[in-house]
Design a protein around this ligand. Sequence first.
Ligand code: SF4
Length: 278
Amino acid sequence: MAISVPADAATIFPPHVFDQVGRAVQDQLFDRLADISDDLNTIGDKGFKPRLAALLRALGPSPGATARDAAPPELLRRCADFAYRMTGPRDVACLLHGAGRIVRAHGSMGAFFAARWRASGSLRIALGDLVDELCAADFTALLGQRGPTRRLKHLLPHPARGSACKRLNLFLRWMVRGPDGVDFGLWDVPRSALVVPLDTHVHRIGRFIGLTRRKDLSWRTAEEVTRRLRALDQDDPVRFDFALSHLGISGQCASRRDARRCADCSLKPICRFWTTST
Ligand code: SF4
């Protein structure tokens, strides 16, 4: 399924939240995932999609413009009905408020991030700058306090504090790689700079095949896994992320030598369960 991205889409952040076109892209992404495998439909909570759709309707035909132009009370009003797990209306309104401030100052989220990446040459530093900037807005009109909600800070972990920042690295993957039917390729940053979105599945399988010996889900581990994957593809190390993650998500891998489950696994020649077991 082809996903077309408009020329002005670079001003969108993120596509599934900030722009009507991004909404269509996101729908296609969900549909595409559903096409790939029923197993993939078990990713995350299916209750999220209708809530996201309702939020996007409330944000209007151009959520990006709403984030850029709306005053805090209006953002809060538009987000009033959103709730998902621990995230509530004020968290989303804060995110929009912070993002809108960046868009007003820099033209787009992507322009800000690319400039920070060019200045530092470090994805970790650029990502930290993005998190800092999103949280640097004055949230008093939304919260009665200067800083953002604790939940927003939880949703936006800072790489300098050691987190693997899985969600943020996955977001960067969408923005930087492609467009290829899954990733959007909107931001002017080379894909070689990306760091793998290190989830528990990538970490687990990565340990089996020698991508890392580290036991923690940290930024250092994500960098180590990425370094090893870079040896396989210097230009695009993160392209292996989906395959590794899906092997874990699908339940095919039992984390042990299992003749039936491992039969079709192409990682057998390098998996320690096969290379060290008798
Ligand atoms: S060979 Fe078996 S244990 Fe190793 S990664 Fe594949 S499925 Fe998992």
